[in-house]
Design a protein around this ligand. Sequence first.
Ligand SMILES: O=c1ccn([C@@H]2O[C@H](COP(=O)(O)OP(=O)(O)O[C@H]3O[C@H](CO)[C@@H](O)[C@H](O)[C@H]3O)[C@@H](O)[C@H]2O)c(=O)[nH]1
Ligand SMILES: [Mn+2]
Length: 747
Amino acid sequence: MRNRGEYTPLFETKNGRGNFIYRLFAISLFVSICFIWFYRFNHIIIITTNYTQEKNGGNWVWLGLFAAELWFGFYWILTQALRWNRVFRQTFKNRLSQRYEHMLPKVDIFVCTANPVIEPPIMVINTVLSVMSYDYPSEKMSVYLSDDGGSELTFYALLEASTFAKHWVPFCKRFKVEPRSPAAYFNTTLHSSSDSLSDINFANELAIVKKLYNEMERRIKDATELKRVPNEARLKHEGFSQWDSYSSPRDHGTILQILFHKKDPNNSKDVDGFILPTLVYLAREKRPQYHHNFKAGAINSLLRVSSIISNGKIILTVDCDMYSNNSESIRDALCFFMDEEKGHEIAYVQFPQNFENVTKNDLYSSALLLVSEVEFHGADGCGGPLYIGTGCFHKRESLCGMKFSDEYRHNWMNEDDLFIEANLHELEEKSKDLASCSYEENTLWGKEMGLKYGCPVEDVISGLSIQSQGWKSVYYNPPRKAFLGVAPTSLLQVLVQHKRWSEGDFQILLSKYSPAWYGFGRISFGLQMGYCAYCLWAPNCLATLYYSIIPSLYLIKGINLFPKMSNPWFIPYAYIIIGETIYSLLEFLSSGGTFKGWWNDLRIWLYKRTSSYLYAFSDTILKLFGFSDPVFTITSKVSEEEVSKRHEKEIMEFGTSSPMFTILATLAMLNLFCLVSVLKDAILRDGGFGAYEKMGLQVMLCGFLVLINLPIYQGLFLRKDSGKLPSSLAMKSTTLALALFISFRFV
Ligand SMILES: O=c1ccn([C@@H]2O[C@H](COP(=O)(O)OP(=O)(O)O[C@H]3O[C@H](CO)[C@@H](O)[C@H](O)[C@H]3O)[C@@H](O)[C@H]2O)c(=O)[nH]1
Ligand SMILES: [Mn+2]
């Protein structure tokens, strides 16, 4: 053992550059917010005491604006927790291997899939292959594929992948290729081996694996298209017999197959004779009378099953579309967990969610750029990031509900397996019991153990509960992205995904595990604020809707709701508008975004707030009264060719009728009518331009709303392709907006 004097850490933490300047800016912004609050409050008093409410549009309008501005200010304060103290981590992997190469812990990797149609098996197995070929000793890795779709096709694809892995894994390790998802690797144009001496050798082997991959891909894609597993394959593998008693994805017994395991060494070696990672297929039992609890249920089954098959101390959870793009991520994560000084406090290491398919200007803002590049670094500075379901390494102990205590030290020695004597078949049978529906009855699973049930964002609530047990977490955002996934490629998908997230987060706020009260004293105050900033996404809809409707309507009545430009109270408004615009633009650009991307982000910010969040908010309230059930709408990872083409060209995809679109289109039309009517007045009436001076802010707000809604007007009236807004929706929203406009203008 080394003595403490020589201690060199396995990771280091640096403060973000510019933290100090940012704080000054934030304070100045806060002062302006206070001025606005004061102005609004004061004005309400004045118009009430002078009996001039009529002229000013009535007290309630002002009260509404006051409430909206109080909310915006309050919400802004919450988000400061995610920016105040940003930290950045760096790992020292060479130190890790010097000290611990021979005692590296076992790692279990969970890949989740749920639907072979919107999560194509070929994509799923690419993720599986990418995690099987991590730069890590194979005998210490186990990969589990959880298939909530219980699909023969996915199983067939995994079988094919297991054969291909015998070539792929040694190929990756020998030539140190990146990335290690074969599809992604063959898609990159530049193929080179790290070592030029072996170039000829490399070219030969590349040609061989590429051919094998293409053949496999063909077979899997054919089977998927025909929705049928080829007969030869079925006859060759006994595993398929488990589907004999299968009736539907929602009604079948546990299907479990261990494809590679050291107990079956002859079948578990690669072409060079080295053992491959353990590989397991699991479709847990599903019965209509039992709630399956979506992904949380799947992960909990995996936790139990893996505990007797491999019992890795570290667990990585990934979604089936998130392939590993960096073969060193396990080692990165271990630098945190195994650090002698701080490692014992850390429960999980979260990597960012990055996406392979976002376009340059990220039309739907689905890259979550600010979350990954700014906010999570901020959360990390207050005690650790949220758990976001994928790309996250956990300690098994904390994930299974262990509380942190100061005396706790992890023992990294690998323990022997539980069932040494059992043969593979016995092991499979034992594991199957652990994945049955009734296993969890009268247990703490889903409550105190494993992921929590009953919330559409099982990940966030579970992470929060882990942190509340005293653990820390770490956010690691390496220069070479660790995981790449598939982001939604149509507006509706984005809005539906955000509905699930904002609804789930809002439910957390109202749940037993609320960061506001349960978190009190258990996590840092900053982190409580940070969590609340996410948990309060949904209620944001109210203030945003108010701000995008009322000022525009009062504009056409000629009633001024903001200070005139010549009024000193105009200054705080101007400061906030200009300051926030410049700041958010700089923040976006420095996170790697583009100018257009920033503008798109702003638009999606608005759309989410006026549609997804509104639905999430009302559904949560309904749920409080017991009127609706939690659902998990799985995001599709495939799109039709035409849709993908439009996605590449960054043309907004509507295509269908959805009540969410009706809301967006009605708001867009309403603001258009208001703006046109004001412009008309200004031109036709004498002194009409005075309106701009008197109501400058209102005109600007309305103008901004029209400008940002351009893609909606195009979708309503100008486009002919199948991605436009349906004409029935155009009729409906125009009529609605017109009715509202007329009733305000002329009544
Ligand atoms: O009943 C289910 C439903 C979903 N999944 C899997 O869960 C993952 C995430 O689902 P997806 O439709 O891709 O949702 P996203 O909105 O992209 O997921 C984000 O948000 C989820 C919580 O809402 C987290 O679980 C995810 O990790 C996170 O990436 C996928 O691998 C699914 O196969 C299951 O295993 N069982
Ligand atoms: Mn996803």
